[in-house]
Design a protein around this ligand. Sequence first.
Ligand code: FAD
Length: 421
Amino acid sequence: MPPVGPDVLVIGAGPSGSVVAAMLAKRGYQVLVMERQHFPRFSIGESLLAYSTQVLLEAGLLDAVLAGGFQFKNGATFVCDDEYSEFNFANKFSAGASFTFQVVRSEFDHLLAKEAERCGATVRYGVEITAVTTGASPEVTVKTETGEVEVHRPRFVLDASGFGRTLARLLELEKPSDFPVRAARFAHVKDGIVAGDFDRQKIRIGINPTHRDVWSWLIPFPNGNSSLGIVATREHLARYTGTAEEQYWAMIADEPKLRALLENAHTVRPVGEIVGYAANVKTLHGPGFALLGNAAEFLDPVFSSGVTIALHSAKLAADLLDRQFRGEAVNWQQEFAEPLMFGIETFRTFVTGWYDGSLQDVIFYPDKEPQIHRMICSVLAGYAWDPANPYTGPVSARRLRALAATCRAASARRAEAAGPS
Ligand code: FAD
């Protein structure tokens, strides 16, 4: 009996799920998106990278996002006490969009899900995937909120379930991340920042001057609110006592420049916490399925790479499935996993360099050679898949280490020449 069901069943209506659904539905495929929650719903991950604008443009979704009225973003600032460094995405090395958005995710994700429907996909809410068998004829078991069980037989399953990690759990694909366990505490605040004190078109990444692996994000929205979060190891967090809100503000107070900027701020959303978010999998694909976005791998929030990786994986998967459905032979390892991992390796290099201090030395080095600044800026703008940039892919770790050593040596020479202060 031929399979009964959609061409593609997508698990989850986050950015990767909605974008892949929109792309495939536009090409005439029957796409069914199954989302456990009801939208709008809160999600962390509010600062996008410029490359994600490029994917939204290619998916035909950029006009809708522009109409959404989200905060424009054109770069990032890094602050550690008196050290300050600014990256403007317009200076990036790679071609492509140089602006992006800072988004309240409940609104952004809902907008993308509605766009997927407008393109022809069916999106169902309040339905949870509970079992999946893969192979040439996948079977997906779904539980509704009223307890009914449905079985769907799509031609292909795309897992876009993010931190739900549905297929990783159900198919035992989980692999521990090699990053140490860190935690993020976050809230939305009415920031009370005086106009002119801060460029609201940039994410601000602040570094605790005495613990340089402890850092904060400040992501402004257009309505005077900001997303404000702190990331630290569990050991560091254990130093703080009191309520979640008291601990949160105490951590912010440990970064004096941030405390001064936010002297009039107060929370407008309860403080939340996510612990141990780094995740990995044994494989990104198998017979009849592939993993997108966070359902596959998550590194660290520091460079806001999550949604960008999610959108790039959606784009790769949509193109490959289209070819596969048209009868072409597709090699998911060579044409999906390996190209996707190229950019993930770039971000891995940057995250590792951030926490071992080498990337911070590069970022704050005042006399960066302009072309190198453009290359680093390009990765920070999300163009992590550009093979023409020497700081991308598997070679990026070696090159970044060499660059950091050069910056450190030059800084030491400069300090020596300046003599004792
Ligand atoms: P998600 O956005 O997680 O969407 C998955 C959807 O699947 C959800 O709606 C969920 O309800 C649904 N689902 C889950 N399980 C099931 C199931 N079994 N059945 C049906 N539906 C299911 N990224 C950035 O780009 N910028 C940032 O500034 C940023 N900051 C971050 C800060 C922190 C502290 C953390 C932890 C992450 C941050 N991220 C950031 C990462 C970002 O949150 C994710 O990368 C992004 O949301 C991934 O999108 P996705 O589409 O893969 O999954």
